[in-house]
Write a protein that binds this ligand. Structure first.
Ligand code: NFE
Ligand code: MG
Length: 569
């Protein structure tokens, strides 16, 4: 007999996500992913000045704080065929890389790790043992016995207060939590240290963007950071060197602590490399443009159908017709109607007409649309990105991926092949690899900016001019959760249509018009569930995608209905 489990809301994510699964003989046999909030950003944009869209779309989310702003200016620049000065590209690139490093650190340590790391068990871990383990994995400076004891004391004091706050409802002691106490203590110590480290990445965003979340320095055609080495009120050498110091401080944690924690946790949970593959068509886009036209990039991207790296097709530029023509969105199982027909629509012709029906297992059950690429369901995110960059022969990606797999194999005592990354653990591992790659990118983009300013180029802005006739543009960005695109139709200098196709829309989307499940749903199939009352295993796979539902729907329930009261962590 099958059991139905409804988890609503899923916590340690952004937004309101409901996951339903049917479990038969201890395994998931059916799954539904449902976005439970509606906003309306795409509709708010209609009729507005395209130069304002970035500031409005950025309010889609406060987690991926910069990404909608970046993607929006790119969409409008693409419609205008407006080049972007190199300084502006580099400044944007530094912000994007710093934001992603912050986001990936927070995801692993603060959002996902507590599905794998038992904080209660950490309290009984021996500090010297935890330090020995940590030092065997890396020479990160926060690995000492003193550091481990400090973390243990801090956690113990916290527990003695009796006010466990966010830790009160954790699945501590769950049979699927199998790390030794010293491994739990090591990870818990790095969890606490990561709270400080992630701030350093975010400071870089704030220095260049004037504020975070929600940067203030973008404009269609460039950035508003004036460069003048003789003026204290502009982007000065002092600020640039402050950024360099922060980049250097981040490196030790990212390349040593995070990479080896993920390798060790992954190796100790090796059975999870065979769980959670789901949709194996992977999409990622190139990013970190190096020239004014957006035809050269530091990081490659493309399409991998069926998980076959040999079939990789590169997306070379912002103007690539393959990407531009490849995206559609279906609403067959989403709470929207399309006027005229229920066929999937290309985003330039996209519609946002809400039609709420309640949760219908076989009908409409989510506020999230169901995007496809080349007619297929597609998984996006760090795993897709790392596989795409590896397939494109990107040296830093291959180096960090090889390093992580080698370390995981050493801990596991058996060779872990590349194919193991098509899994729940693989998505987490790929995020660490991407974080390491992006840290290098951050340094490289900082160097490019310094050299370019040093060459005498201080340009940061090209003025946009809007024609009367209709123009269309797409902007894309490889955001922390995957491929993000904004699609804008402009007429007479005003926005006629605006559609956002977002990473979590790709991954959290419901069934499409052909009844095919989305990546969350597909990845949950066959997941073992030891105790339906404590569905930790389901959370592991869902959290591995790093869900963001405000992004996925970018649309709020006007009546503010309470959804359900739960005690999940
Ligand atoms: Ni709100 Fe986002 C990212 C975007 S959603 S977090 O990264 O775009 O997937
Ligand atoms: Mg949308």
């Amino acid at each position: 007999m099958s059991t139905r489990i409804t988890i609503d809301p899923i916590t340690r994510i952004e937004g309101h996500l409901r996951i339903d699964v049917e479990v038969d003989q201890g395994k998931v046999t059916k799954a539904w992913s449902s976005g439970q909030m509606w906003r309306g950003i795409e509709l708010i944009l209609q009729g507005r000045d395209p130069r304002d869209a970035w500031a409005i779309t950025q309010r889609i989310c406060g987690v991926c704080t910069t990404v909608h702003a970046m993607t929006s200016v790119r969409a409008v620049e693409n419609a205008l065929k407006l080049p972007v000065p190199k300084n502006a590209q580099y400044i944007r690139n530094i912000i994007m890389a710093a934001h992603a490093v912050h986001d990936h650190i927070v995801h692993f340590y603060h959002l996902a790790a507590l599905d794998w790391v038992d904080i209660v068990s950490a309290l009984s871990g021996d500090a010297a043992g935890a330090a020995t383990l940590a030092e065997s994995l890396s020479d990160y400076q926060g690995n000492s016995r003193v550091a481990m004891q400090a973390a243990k004391d801090r956690l113990t004091t916290f527990v003695q207060t009796g006010q466990l706050g966010i830790y009160a409802s954790g699945y501590w002691g769950h049979p699927a939590m199998t790390l030794p106490a010293e491994a739990n203590l090591m990870a818990a110590a790095h969890y606490l240290q990561a709270l400080e480290v992630q701030r350093k990445a975010n400071k870089i965003v704030a220095i260049l963007g004037s504020k975070t979340p929600h940067i203030q320095n973008l404009t269609v055609g460039g950035v508003t950071n004036s460069i003048n080495m003789d003026s204290q009120s502009t982007l000065t050498l002092e600020k640039l060197w402050a950024i360099r110091t922060l980049i250097d401080e981040l490196g030790d944690f990212v390349h040593n602590a995070m990479m080896s924690d993920v390798a060790a946790v992954g190796a100790l949970y090796a059975p999870w490399t065979a769980i959670g593959a789901g949709v194996m068509n992977y999409l990622c886009v190139p990013d970190m443009p190096l020239n004014e036209e957006g035809t050269e990039f530091a990081l490659p991207g493309g399409w991998i159908p069926g998980g076959d790296l040999g079939a990789f097709r590169q997306i070379p530029s912002f103007n690539d017709p393959f990407f531009r023509d490849g995206v559609k969105e279906s609403v067959a199982h989403s709470w929207y109607d399309y006027a005229g027909s229920d066929k999937a629509l290309h985003p330039f012709d996209g519609q946002t007409n809400p039609n709420y029906t309640d949760f219908q297992d076989e009908g409409k059950y989510s506020w999230i649309k169901a995007p496809t690429f080349m007619g297929e369901r597609a998984q996006v995110g760090p795993l897709a990105n790392v596989l795409g960059m590896a397939a494109a022969g990107h040296e830093p990606t291959n180096r960090h991926l090889t390093k992580l797999l080698a370390q995981a194999s050493a801990v596991a005592g058996t060779e872990i092949p590349l194919a193991a990354v098509h899994s729940t653990i693989g998505r987490i591992a790929a995020r660490a690899v991407r974080c390491a790659v992006l840290h290098e990118t951050l340094l490289a983009q900082w160097t490019l900016l310094m050299e370019n300013i040093g060459s005498g180029d201080t340009r940061t802005f090209n003025r946009p001019e809007f024609p009367k006739e209709e123009i269309r543009g797409v902007g894309f960005h490889e955001a922390p959760r995957g491929t993000l695109s904004h699609w804008v139709v402009i007429e007479g200098g005003k926005i006629k249509n605006y559609q956002c196709v977002v990473p979590s829309t790709f991954n959290a989307g419901p069934r499409d018009d052909q009844g095919r499940p989305g990546p969350y749903e597909a990845s949950l199939m066959d997941t073992p569930v030891a105790d339906p009352e404590l569905p930790l295993e389901v959370l592991r796979t869902v959290h591995s995608f790093d869900p963001c539902i405000s992004c996925a729907i970018h649309m709020t329930d006007p009546e503010n209905r309470p959804i359900v009261q739960v005690k999940a962590f």
